[in-house]
Design a protein around this ligand. Structure first.
Ligand SMILES: Nc1ncnc2c1ncn2[C@@H]1O[C@H](COP(=O)(O)OP(=O)(O)OP(=O)(O)O)[C@@H](O)[C@H]1O
Ligand SMILES: [Mg+2]
Length: 448
């Protein structure tokens, strides 16, 4: 007997679900994307027990006929892709034809839908991937999908879910993303019967950001708008003083698609280079728009990654958009201290760095400078101030009380200071480098 078998459809779907459905927020993502692809003007999301017991998405999109509704749970059934060529020109969120069968294989799902051309709607119940009841129902045009008891048949997966607070956060974050990207669409999110998001349709991204992030945040953001080589970058960015300890306030989109893209993350970091200490992040709402042929969205089943065909152009456009916006808003694009501010800086560091800390640190020469500003090593010099820089708004905050001398130097470097190997007779900068530790070691080695 042959040992190779084609997996039964149900098993194949459960395996696919492993990649597509990680947590309740992934269910919400797929359902919200389907609603938007169906042209919905209103999307209502409801969760219970952080989405473990219920994720329901109701839309007023075009709906499905009875036949389409049944077919939509077949693996690789989609209305969004016909040819291989279509794959390089994707304008919809979905295209893989596997979200609904995957979700249905690991939950108890009810779909209710109607198209305008049919008098009756259709309701389908699927439990753990097995088709149950299909019946006619009275229903307005649009679709409702209720996903109950996620992972009821995959206990191992259920155990991987985090606390209710974390899972709810992911759903809220997801809805916030799609609501930001679609200001003209009404969104609500209800969690355990309590409404946590209500966004009525508005005309602009700024108005939508007001609704979702609140005036206190939005008033502190500057508008981004730049275009280069057919790549448009728009959105909002915070000033460098707004230092957050996580990327939670960074909302990234490529052609309206919510992405977690490392190259965009790096571009944002580059935009703020020398203005923010490492380990802190700005708040950013960033929309990158470019022709769909210039990106590959088929990178991962969850569709939260994209590959740019010209990544460096995207990156430089994002950096330029951020720098231009901060400059226009007269925020310090470069916060390099003027030369005579160095002693003040070192003094500030001295106030914060205990000598014991400094001498046990592996940078004795810095320790000396911290103990006595006058003896600051000559290689601890700031860079020359370029004429093109905007008015010098000195933006040096003393290090946190617990910093070591090494960290004090790191921060000096981060704020634009350059560490030079002066004693060796060379003025070649060891670096205005943000990750300071190797620089410190390097500087010490060279100067000892
Ligand atoms: N809310 C909805 N309104 C109207 N049609 C829908 C809705 N949800 C799903 N469909 C239909 O069901 C099909 C299957 O949905 P499914 O999410 O499984 O695949 P997809 O969106 O085509 O691709 P992907 O797997 O990448 O999401 C869709 O192509 C669409 O035609
Ligand atoms: Mg889909």
């Amino acid at each position: 007997m042959s040992k190779v078998r084609v997996l039964p459809e149900h098993l194949a779907n459960t395996i696919a679900a492993g990649e597509v459905v990680e947590r309740p927020a992934s269910v919400a993502k797929e359902l919200v994307e389907n609603a938007l692809d169906a042209g919905a003007r209103r999307v209502d999301i409801e969760i219970a027990s952080a989405g473990r017991s219920l994720v329901r998405v109701v839309d007023d999109g075009e709906g499905m006929t009875r036949d389409d509704a049944i077919l939509s749970f077949e693996r690789h059934a989609t209305s969004k892709l016909k040819t291989v060529e279509d794959l390089s020109n994707i304008l919809t969120f979905g295209f893989r034809g596997e979200a609904l069968p995957s979700i249905a294989s690991v939950s108890k799902l009810t779909l209710t839908t109607r198209v305008a051309t049919e008098a009756a709607g259709t309701q389908i119940v699927i439990t753990g991937g097995r088709l149950g009841n299909v019946r006619d129902v009275a229903w307005p045009v649009g679709t409702e999908i209720s996903v109950r008891d996620l992972f009821f048949n995959v206990p191992a997966r259920r155990k991987f879910l985090r606390s209710d607070a974390t899972e709810s956060f992911h759903v809220t974050n997801l809805v916030t993303h799609y609501a930001l990207a679609n200001p003209g669409v009404a969104f609500t999110l209800v969690s355990n019967g309590r409404e946590s998001i209500r966004a009525t349709p508005v005309g602009t991204l700024r108005e939508r950001a007001y609704q979702l992030l609140g005036p206190a945040t939005v008033d502190r953001l500057v508008e981004l708008d730049a275009e280069a080589s057919g790549i448009r970058v728009r959105g909002f960015a915070s000033n460098p003083q707004e230092q957050r300890t996580s990327r939670d306030a960074q909302y990234l989109f490529v052609n309206g698609r919510f992405v977690r893209d490392q190259s965009l993350g790096r571009a944002i970091a580059d935009g703020y280079r020398s203005m923010m200490p490492s380990g802190t992040y700005p708040a950013v709402v960033l929309f990158v728009e470019l022709s769909p042929e210039r990106i590959d969205v088929n990178v991962h089943p969850a569709k939260t990654e994209v590959r740019f065909r010209d990544e460096h152009v995207v990156r430089s456009t994002v950096v330029a958009a951020i720098r231009d916006a901060l400059e226009r808003a007269r925020m310090p694009v470069t916060s390099f201290p003027a030369p005579d501010n160095v002693p003040a800086m070192v003094a500030a560091a001295r106030d914060e760095v205990s000598i014991a800390d400094a001498v046990t640190n592996d940078a004795p020469s810095i320790a000396a400078s911290v103990a006595s500003p006058a003896s600051a090593p000559s290689w601890l010099t700031p860079p020359p101030v370029r004429a093109s820089q905007p008015a010098l708004d000195l933006d040096f905050r003393p290090p946190a009380p617990t910093v070591s001398a090494t960290e004090a130097l790191e921060r000096f470097v981060e704020t634009g200071g350059v560490v030079e190997d002066d004693r060796a007779g060379s003025d070649e900068p060891v670096g205005a480098v943000h990750q300071g530790l190797p620089v410190v070691r390097e500087a010490r080695r060279r100067t000892s």
